[in-house]
Design a protein around this ligand. Structure first.
Ligand code: SAM
Length: 288
């Protein structure tokens, strides 16, 4: 490791990460050095002569080693920003993705159209990113979240506590909507879900960060990739209030097909929304 200032340290670390196949190596090196030194990215460059202590260098070397072994940056730093929230993440949960922010945006706008205190349910909550965002951004809504993984639910509950939202979301463990009490049948206004949607056959070609570190249960749906969407489409009409919405994220090659199938599951209207890159990633269906 060079004994030069922080820009030299970053350049050296970025080369090492690049040699190990890490995408955006400089950004990764900057974020890891920020994490070890407690300095912002701007400070790393603005005060480039400020010494980095032996302890910080030791920690930086260890984090670089983990990142070079393709552990995701967010598991190493333990943090992920999502819309207005800073979430704790670790290998018990999927790292929230930017396209899911578009799903939340659509859900927030849909909830705004319901009067009073609309009931929203996030299915497969993982880190809690969707449910906690809805609770923060739609304070009038009543928010529940379900999750099959007990470990993931621990993380979601921890995030709720850390964000002061523990009274704002009711978390329940179980399979999709079956985790909810029967009295909610026919009463939910908006069901939101980012279900697992990777095809089994595609799993081996995922990047090592995803394949070797993120929970498989959060990724793989089955041979076709749309198994969980279909199960949820089968359950949702029973739980939605008349006029209620089901909003799901999916792969860009999946959502148009799901929209076409909506009528067969008892939904009246179905439309597809694009993510920030203009790719179709969200399907919205309304119960008649
Ligand atoms: C793609 S991840 C999404 C996590 C989080 N909502 C997000 O957007 O980052 C899917 C989540 O659904 C959960 N899950 C998978 N099968 C489920 C099921 N049958 N019932 C409830 N949750 C399930 C997984 O454990 C995982 O947390």
């Amino acid at each position: 490791m060079p004994s030069t200032g922080t820009p030299g340290l970053i350049a050296w670390a970025a080369r090492y990460l690049e040699e190990n196949g890490v995408v955006r190596p400089r950004l990764n090196a900057e974020q890891l050095l920020s994490h070890c030194t407690g300095r912002s990215r701007v400070e790393l460059y603005a005060y480039h002569d400020r010494p980095v202590s032996m302890r910080e260098r030791g920690e930086f070397a260890e984090l670089l080693r983990r990142r070079a072994a393709r552990e995701p940056l967010q598991y190493i730093t333990g943090r992920k920003g999502f819309r207005y929230l800073e979430l704790a993440v670790d290998r018990r949960v999927l790292i929230p993705r930017p396209e899911t922010e578009t799903l939340v945006e659509r859900a927030v706008s849909a909830l705004g159209a319901f009067p009073g205190h609309p009931l929203a349910v996030d299915v497969g909550t993982g880190s809690g990113c969707i449910a906690l965002s809805l609770a923060r951004e739609c304070p009038a809504a009543v928010v529940c979240a379900t999750e099959i993984s007990a470990e993931a639910l621990e993380v979601a509950r921890m995030n709720a506590r850390l964000l002061g939202l523990d009274d704002a979301v009711e978390f329940r463990r179980g399979d999709l909507l079956d985790a909810l009490p029967d009295e909610l049948k026919g009463r939910i206004d908006v069901i939101v879900s980012n279900p697992p949607y990777v095809r089994e056959g595609d799993f081996p070609s995922l990047p090592p960060e995803v394949r070797e570190h993120e929970p498989r249960i959060s990724l793989v749906a089955g041979p076709s990739g749309t198994e969980t969407h279909h199960r949820l489409m089968g359950q949702a009409p029973l739980w939605l209030a008349p006029g209620g919405l089901l909003l799901m994220e999916g792969g860009e090659e999946q959502v148009e097909g799901l929209a076409r199938e909506a009528a067969g599951f008892g939904f009246t209207v179905a439309e597809v929304h694009a993510d920030l890159n203009g790719r179709p990633r969200i399907v919205e269906m309304r119960r008649g």
